[in-house]
Design a binder for this molecule. Structure first.
Ligand SMILES: NC(=O)c1ccc[n+]([C@@H]2O[C@H](COP(=O)([O-])OP(=O)(O)OC[C@H]3O[C@@H](n4cnc5c(N)ncnc54)[C@H](OP(=O)(O)O)[C@@H]3O)[C@@H](O)[C@H]2O)c1
Length: 266
């Protein structure tokens, strides 16, 4: 009876301070660590899989871990994959996760979560400004929020890299070649600027902040864009992006590059 009460008390205390089984697990300190946003599907899932196979510690974040079946299956096979809940539009969730990992160095912070927005709602004549705000909330503000929240973790790491996915649509070089697609282009242009400014401010801390365009990748986001031409698989794109991340040097700071290493001026 007494021990039953004690166990009940311990459980209650755990619930009150938000203690979970995962909090007590330590990430192996000798392995590099990557934190990925939007890790439940598309490129994010593929990054999680490939970094896990490369023996990195993978903090795979997503909005709804309970329904992230493929990510759950990956974590079941790899002890180095930890699934965490984080909606990049939420200060509360981002801060809560950061505080749980406050002593964890993060070598690569991968801002992967993104949305395209509905095509018709970002076409002249059909603008829906609520949709515009949502695209900014995820693509632009979300990436800045996550980068800012985990900045100290990245500074404390060996590799010190912040990588954001996409960007080409936000440049004069690509985005101005054709009409429409306003919201995605605007959000990625602002995202580029945010990362560019962050790079300037953190240069003396040894950070490397780069945007990488993954190509036309066969994911839901590509289908949302209306693209029906040639595409590459998430597997091939993620492998190429991971290679670029590994090869980054100081001369690439603040740049936008493609998955095959070309620099896109912005
Ligand atoms: N595919 C391409 O051709 C292409 C080209 C250029 C750039 N990119 C960039 O690549 C990145 C990944 O896109 P993808 O192609 O893999 O698209 P995707 O398959 O549609 O995946 C998008 C991911 O973002 C997540 N996400 C959306 N809103 C979120 C939020 N508020 N908080 C956290 N996660 C959120 C989604 O989670 P839910 O399942 O919860 O919605 C999903 O995991 C994006 O930044 C995109 O702009 C892709």
């Amino acid at each position: 009876m007494v021990s039953g009460l004690r166990i009940g008390g311990l459980l209650l205390a755990c619930l009150l301070v938000g203690c979970t089984h995962q909090q007590t697990r330590q990430l192996p300190p000798d392995n590099p660590t990557v934190l990925i946003t939007g890790a439940n599907r598309g490129l994010g899932l593929e990054f999680s899989r490939q970094y896990a196979n490369l023996n990195w510690n993978v903090i795979a974040t997503c909005r709804d871990p309970r329904h992230a079946d493929e990510l759950q299956a990956l974590a079941a096979e790899h002890a180095n994959v930890r699934i965490e809940k984080m909606d990049v539009t939420s200060d509360k969730q981002t801060e809560a996760l950061q505080s749980r990992y406050k002593n964890q160095p993060i070598d690569v912070l991968l801002n992967n979560a993104g949305i395209y927005g509905t095509l018709e709602k970002q076409t002249l004549g059909g603008f829906d400004y609520d949709e515009l705000e949502e695209v900014f909330r995820v693509n632009t503000i979300g990436s800045l929020r996550v980068s800012s929240a985990f900045l100290e973790n990245v500074k404390r790491s060996q590799q010190k890299k912040i990588i954001s996915l996409g960007g080409g649509m936000g440049t004069q070089t690509i985005g101005s070649l054709f009409g429409g697609h306003y919201f995605i282009k605007m959000s990625k242009a602002a995202h580029l600027m945010a990362m560019g400014v962050l790079q300037k401010e953190t240069k003396n801390d040894g950070l490397t902040i780069v945007m990488i365009s993954p190509g036309r990748v066969d994911t839901q986001l590509m289908r949302d864009s209306g693209w029906t031409g040639q595409s590459i698989s998430a597997e091939d794109s993620a492998a190429a992006v991971i290679k670029q991340i590994a090869a980054l040097n100081k001369s690439m700071r603040g740049k936008l590059i493609t998955y095959d290493g070309k620099v896109i001026p912005w």
